[in-house]
Design a protein around this ligand. Structure first.
Ligand code: UFG
Length: 326
């Protein structure tokens, strides 16, 4: 069975393709290669195309007749969303609208959608679960929240069924180091810390040490990319089994501050992490931690690799073999 994977050349999408292939599906990547990498598409065919062009999506459906969609393709940087909200509304919302309309036109009615804990916004020391009101504080979170609403409307009107996953901070890499995280420019904490460890950049700058947290730095809930993708395979099977549309948070419930992540990297790599202190970064929430057990209880999801040492260890292994000259 073929599954369309938008953004399959990216960090999370490429891990999804590997897991789909292992589970007996054929992942068909639809990617414009704007932030993804051709050589990360190793597990099924690539259709080069852009969600802003309906004809590109139609071509992927016509050529491959996928039975369901895993929709990862998006712009996803909070700092960029603060500067250029139009990019987020256009790319994420209009792209998703084109995708769901094309899916329906080709008789495909199951979609697994990558949403984000950024849809919840910044809520004082609250553990975020699926009943927490969504109050995004940046255009990235807002664009994803809008797509969630769109999916509900399309279900009511056209029977398009969805599983929505709200990711907390995705980290780590394929334990075989076949694929991993590689953004250009890199903005995410753990790869930047590892760049600093490896001497590929002078230092990591901690964005703000005056937050109302125990050590003054922001707290995030990190989840291993392979665990996150396990949930997607379960979510896909959930839809293929005919179960009702559902939304799930994907986090572990454990919060780590920026300083704690840096300390963990120091221990795992056994090397120094050159560190500077900087200003707060616009759009950052103080604390984003999942308070949900829904994915465990209903999907049977188990986050077995999402300890901080394991995530850094796998990211570090990938970091040492990744081709940084691309
Ligand atoms: N950070 C630093 N220095 C850096 C990079 C990050 O101190 O050089 C800090 C950030 O300020 C933040 C934490 O490390 O407090 C994590 O930052 P990331 O950029 O790694 O991740 P974000 O929490 O900003 O973003 C992630 C995903 C987004 C998602 C968001 C939800 O990358 O797609 O979580 O808030 F929207």
């Amino acid at each position: 069975m073929k599954i369309l994977v938008t953004g399959g050349a990216g960090y999370i999408g490429s891990h999804a393709c590997k897991a789909l292939a292992r589970a007996g599906f054929t992942p068909v990547t639809l990617d414009n290669l704007s932030t993804g990498w051709k050589d990360a598409v190793k597990f099924g065919p690539l259709v080069e195309g852009d969600l802003s062009r309906r004809a590109d999506i139609d071509r992927a459906f016509a050529e491959h007749d996928p039975k369901a969609v895993l929709h990862f393709a998006a712009v996803s940087r909070v700092d960029e969303a603060m500067r250029d909200p139009a990019l987020y509304w256009r790319n994420n919302v209009l792209g998703s609208l084109n995708l769901v309309e094309a899916a329906l036109a080709h008789g495909c009615r199951d979609i697994v959608f990558s949403s984000t804990c950024a849809t919840y916004g910044d809520q004082d020391n609250v553990l975020l679960d699926e009943t927490t009101p969504q109050r995004p504080i940046n255009a990235y979170g807002a664009s994803k929240a809008a797509i969630e609403i769109m999916l509900r409307d399309f279900e009511a009107a056209h029977g398009l069924r969805h599983v929505i996953f709200r990711y907390f901070n995705v980290a780590g890499a394929d334990p075989d180091a076949e694929i991993g995280e590689f953004h250009r420019p890199e903005t995410h904490l753990i790869p930047i810390v590892l760049d600093a460890v490896a001497g590929k950049r002078e230092a990591i700058t901690v964005f703000g040490t005056d937050y109302p947290t125990p050590d003054g730095t922001c707290i995030r809930d990190y989840v291993h990319v392979s665990d996150l993708i396990d949930a997607h395979i379960l979510g896909l099977r959930w839809l293929l089994d005919g179960k009702p549309s559902r939304d799930f948070n994907l986090g572990t419930g454990d919060g780590f501050s920026v300083r704690e992540v840096i300390d963990a990297a120091r221990r795992v790599t056994n090397r120094d992490v050159p560190t500077n202190i900087g200003e707060r970064r616009a759009g950052d929430a103080v604390k984003l931690v999942s308070g949900s057990s829904r994915a465990r209880e209903e999907l049977g999801w188990a986050a077995t690799r999402s300890t901080m040492p394991k995530m850094i260890e796998d990211a570090w292994r990938w970091h040492q073999v990744a081709d940084y000259r691309q």
